[in-house]
Design a protein around this ligand. Structure first.
Ligand code: NDP
Length: 318
């Protein structure tokens, strides 16, 4: 058992990212039942919806699962009340100051993990008393860091600077990717995009199909003046690009984005006008599958790659 599987009491150190509009109770419970840690993405759920989702998840699995809580969610105190009432054992906080809620949640006996995109934020989260950190690189889909630090550069640096368990995220969708992340110093992985293209994800079928069609270079990080976000290129993305060419102000970009674009794209399947948040690794995804099959493949490939690694002799001519 490694640090992450021990912390969460799960079989594998594989966390399914809590993603808005894509990760409800069906996905979270399927991942937890398969030996990973499933997360409900609460950022797109009204309080009564989160309540219902947690109730359903508890019925669907007797394994640990968690909730991802973006700290800029408007009714965050209602979500926290719901999480505590249901005795959800694990909370992943993101997009905000880890000091705000960590102590409060930990007093309730909840394991708290904070998502960061850089070393400074990782140290801040450790100081705030979180139990583990997710360090998410530039490759990741959706909301992202401003500094464009890739997973390859981020993980070794964070691993060197912090003492608590570290989960790598961004660009990981295969067993080989998972092994690479652990070799870089992580104790576990968080995987988002690969789990969007599953039977259990609540993403619209159109969005799932666009992920499996995605090629290298089809996603880009944009809207840094607002909240940086990695999107699949589509008509909406072209409009953003045009706005930049016309030197749009942050206010004009905000007006263009409007409200509910993520829902339109990812949940309602509007591939033209919606926001389609997905990672670079989508170019490696070619099939929509059950979540349990993905976990099984990840573990199988990880073990095979680990074996190859231990038996491969590199010749440096020295
Ligand atoms: P928008 O402001 O564009 O839209 C808000 C969306 O959230 C609407 O679609 C709305 O649903 C839904 N919603 C759920 N609960 C509430 C609530 N209490 N008050 C208002 N709206 C609510 O935001 P986004 O869609 O981009 O993001 C939604 C949330 O997810 C935000 O809190 C955001 O910070 C968070 N988040 C976003 C990420 C991203 O990559 N975009 C990543 C992580 C977190 P309806 O249309 O049914 O009213």
């Amino acid at each position: 058992m490694n640090k992450i599987s021990k912390l969460f009491s799960v079989k594998y150190p594989i966390v399914q990212a809590g993603m808005i509009w894509c990760s409800g109770w069906e996905l979270a419970s399927a991942v937890s039942n398969a030996g990973g840690l499933g997360l409900i993405g609460s950022g797109s759920m009204y309080p009564e919806i989160l309540d219902d989702q947690i109730t359903k998840c508890k019925k669907a699995t007797n394994k640990p699962f968690g909730v991802n809580l973006p700290m800029l969610y408007p009714d965050i105190d209602k979500h926290i009340e719901t999480i505590i009432r249901h005795k959800v054992p694990i909370v992943f906080t993101s997009a905000g100051n880890p000091k705000t809620w960590t102590e409060y949640l930990k007093k309730e006996g909840i394991i708290v993990v904070h998502v960061v995109s850089g070393v400074k934020f990782a140290q801040k989260a450790q100081d705030a008393g979180v139990d583990a950190i997710v360090a998410e690189g530039f490759e990741a889909g959706g909301h992202n860091g401003r500094d464009e630090t890739t997973t390859f550069c981020l993980i070794p640096k964070v691993a060197r600077e912090i003492q608590i368990p570290l989960i790598a995220a961004g660009g990981i969708a295969t067993g080989r990717g998972m092994l690479a992340a652990l070799n870089l110093g992580a104790d576990g992985v968080q995987i988002g995009s690969r789990f969007v293209a599953t039977l259990e994800s609540s993403a619209h079928q159109n969005f799932k199909e666009s992920i499996i069609k995605a090629e290298e270079g089809d996603t880009l990080l944009t809207l840094k003046e607002l909240t940086p976000v990695r999107l699949l290129k589509n008509e909406f993305y072209s409009q953003v690009e045009l706005a930049y060419k016309n030197a749009a102000s942050p206010q004009q970009l905000n007006d263009l984005l409007g409200r509910g674009r993520a829902k339109k794209g990812m949940y309602e399947g509007d591939l033209v006008n919606g926001e389609l948040e997905i990672g670079q690794v989508s170019s490696l995804i070619s099939e929509i599958k059950p979540a349990a099959e993905i976990i099984e493949e990840l573990v199988k490939e990880f073990k095979r790659a680990q074996k190859e690694q231990s038996t491969t002799k590199f010749n440096f001519n020295d």
